[in-house]
Design a protein around this ligand. Structure first.
Ligand code: C2E
Ligand code: MG
Ligand code: MG
Length: 460
């Protein structure tokens, strides 16, 4: 079998001879200090090569890239196709940098390139941007078109480290920063990043402990009808009460939990608890209202997601139509067909589906019509742009019109001012949530609100 072949079928052909050949090749590569899957340098060999380069006092940039949401891709595409994707990435790396003195696979989904002759931050950034734009073009693997995004970090020798270990650690710390901030632009190493890296490792450790000891609880943010201000439902938001640091905002720990996969057990717990709470509100005799639960990309990619949702409903006794699941565009892009199938199956249970944070991801309005969402949630950043000068209102109006034409209702997120509320109403937006109405609050407060069911229009 030719090594560069990226067809999975070929790699999994049960032909004994081919398999023996592959195994021999993998052994040979491992002995030669190369990654058996891609044939690129292994991490150890990269360090050795880098050391030789830095000893020669070469000016160079080390670029480290990391595939976004690889865990999700792995789950949704299957391991064989995900492996084929990594091989295709390696091939493309070779094409982009045919002269590079070192090209390596430094982790499951992370690669490094040494670029000699780089003297300034600007030059390093330029190379990094070129690399990302090339690597982001679609891949054709095992008969499917796969699109992937990248995080990228860079460190320069000698400015950021004149030993190979320090250089690699520096580039990885920069990469980590880009990932943590979900920043598309290349990150360049700065000394403060070393501290951040240590803090993140500590946070991850605390998160695991808190999962065992259950330091999590749920808050509920009311959703209101914009027409008369009436309370119509809630979004459930996860809260972490850290034993020493107190309440940690969701934005500080959920991305980390997503990266490490911890969000899967954590999210299942949220779903179960949210359904039980919603069922309790109903048995307490409150007028019915829907509860929305956020699902992360890795939860969405789990093959047993539909079953997990079914179980949460069955155990709590909550009718499926009272549950809404919110997913973001991130979930949709990697594997459109797979995502469509899961959304259809969830809707077939009777659960409603909402597209969250619309406008922040890879959003394409045209793309929206492929997915059968019941609700679209306009991201806070658009709502923040309302109430002043600028194109904000017309953008929001367009989004609302499009959503309505696709039979979705629309929620504006993060409404903080009466001016924003006014503009959303004028744009025809149906529902809203935000501090102007209420902050996320405990279950008991929601029970009061539901009982009152008082239109809040005059209050805002
Ligand atoms: P999201 O799903 O878009 O949730 C809305 C976020 O906006 C919440 O932040 C909420 O507190 C905040 N927010 C609401 N109104 C306002 C406002 O008027 N102004 C401002 N500035 N913010 C407002 P929170 O609770 O920090 O959650 C952040 C994100 O974390 C959520 O964004 C969601 O993506 C994620 N998240 C929260 N809980 C869960 C969960 O149980 N599972 C998963 N997978 N993700 C969750
Ligand atoms: Mg949400
Ligand atoms: Mg949102």
């Amino acid at each position: 079998m030719h090594f560069d072949n990226v067809e999975v079928e070929a790699a999994s052909t049960p032909d004994e001879r081919a398999r023996r050949g592959l195994a021999a090749r993998a052994r040979h590569l491992a002995v030669a200090g190369r990654d058996p899957l891609t044939g690129l340098l292994s991490r150890v060999t990269l360090l050795k090569k880098l050391e030789r380069l830095v000893r020669r006092e070469e000016q160079l940039a080390l670029l480290c890239v990391d595939l976004r949401d690889f865990r999700v891709l792995n789950e949704s595409l299957g391991h064989a196709t995900a492996d084929a994707l990594l091989v295709a990435v390696a091939q493309r790396l070779r094409r982009i940098f045919p002269e590079a003195p070192a090209l390596a696979r430094i982790g499951g989904d992370a690669f490094a390139v040494a670029c000699p002759g780089i003297y300034s931050d600007a030059e390093a950034r330029e190379q990094a941007e070129r690399l990302v734009s090339e690597l982001s073009r679609p891949y054709s693997v095992a008969g499917r078109v796969v699109r992937v995004g990248w995080w990228i970090g860079a460190a320069l020798c000698p400015a950021h480290g004149d030993r190979s270990e320090a250089l690699l650690r520096g580039a990885e710390a920069a990469l980590q920063r880009a990932r943590a901030e979900r920043c598309d632009a290349p990150a360049l190493f700065a000394p403060a990043m070393r501290v951040e890296l240590r803090q993140r490792a500590a946070l991850d450790c605390d998160l695991r402990r808190s999962l065992d000891e259950d330091h999590f609880h749920l808050a509920y943010q009311p959703i209101h009808a914009l027409g008369d201000g009436a309370f119509v439902g809630v979004e459930c938001l996860l809260r972490w009460r850290h034993p020493e640091r107190g309440e940690v905002p969701a934005g500080d720990f959920i991305p980390l939990a997503e990266e490490t996969g911890l969000i899967v057990p954590l999210g299942a717990r949220v779903l179960g608890r949210a359904c039980r709470q919603a069922a309790q509100w109903q048995t307490a005799g409150l007028p019915p209202f829907r509860i929305a639960v956020n699902l992360s990309a890795s939860q969405f990619a789990q093959s047993d997601l539909v079953q997990t949702v079914e179980e949460a409903l069955a155990e709590s006794g909550l009718p499926a139509r009272m549950l809404e699941l919110e997913i973001t565009e991130r979930v949709l892009v990697a594997d459109v067909e797979g995502a469509l199938e899961v959304i259809r199956r969830l809707r077939a249970l009777g659960v409603r589906m909402a597209l969250d944070d619309f406008g922040t991801g890879y959003s394409s309005l045209a793309y929206l019509q492929r997915f059968p969402f019941d609700r679209l949630k306009i991201d806070r950043s658009f709502v923040a742009g309302l109430g002043g000068e600028g194109p904000g209102p017309s953008i929001v109006r367009t989004i609302v019109q499009l959503a309505h034409s696709l039979q979705m209702d629309v929620v504006g997120e993060g409404i903080e001012t009466p001016a924003q509320l006014h503009q959303l109403r004028r744009a025809g937006c149906d529902f809203g949530q935000g501090w102007l109405f209420a902050r996320p609050c405990p279950a008991a407060r929601i029970a009061q609100l539901a009982r009152l069911r008082k239109p809040l229009a005059e209050a805002v």
